[in-house]
Write a protein that binds this ligand. Sequence first.
Ligand SMILES: Nc1ncnc2c1ncn2[C@@H]1O[C@H](COP(=O)(O)OP(=O)(O)OP(=O)(O)O)[C@@H](O)[C@H]1O
Length: 254
Amino acid sequence: MLETRGLTVRFGGHVAVNDVSCSFAPGTLTAIVGPNGAGKTTYFNLISGQLKATAGTVSLDGQPLAGLSASARTRAGLGRAFQLTNLFPHLTVLENVRLAVQATKEGAHRRGLNLWSIWSDHRTLTERADRILADVALKAKEHATVASLPHGDQRKLEVALLMALEPKVFMFDEPTAGMNAAEAPVILDLIRALKKDRSKTILLVEHKMDVVRELADRIIVLHNGQLVADGEPAKVIASPVVQEAYLGVAKEKA
Ligand SMILES: Nc1ncnc2c1ncn2[C@@H]1O[C@H](COP(=O)(O)OP(=O)(O)OP(=O)(O)O)[C@@H](O)[C@H]1O
């Protein structure tokens, strides 16, 4: 279980995330919605460790994450898809995924120079990387360098790296942003496939309400940094606070 308690960050006089307490259970995809500037990405940054909180706590399965760097939080099981920053542009697609798979395997080097073990490790890594590339529909491009890929394929590769790390929590911040109509469904299919694994917690910041409606088991709404609604999607979308604050329905019309 991922939990934030009283999570708060101030930038000067502005409270971008204000006292947000929320728990995210495995087997649930929670969409985080709210108007521009509501604090969604900042909330993600506080959870993943890109930003230090002014107050409050983040914990995963009871382990406090407060003192941990972003990379230590990744090792603890928080997986965040980052836009392109984790990719090695001059390596091939397969090499990128193999490195990510390798990063999750502990201590292969400690077994010493055992050629059989090195060879079988290599084979296992390649097989796992192959499976992931098939899942994200990039197998045909495995020998292309990342720098030569179109934007949509680079975004798919980010998800592949995230899958390779086998996190407990998947965090997606507008995963289809900048993708064309042909590319977006591949990413959405991947998220659908991830949802089938009931041991995973998935957080999704998303502006597209059709995507939210289809994928979310639960919606939380941030507005001016505060958690203003939380619950089952149909109810949250229909609630007056969302109709007014997020969907821009005028009070007199509602
Ligand atoms: N590093 C920072 N320094 C100062 N202000 C910041 C910083 N990061 C975010 N903010 C401010 O905090 C508020 C929340 O921003 P945030 O990007 O989290 O909103 P958002 O809900 O993700 O918006 P969008 O939907 O447009 O991406 C905004 O007013 C933003 O200008």
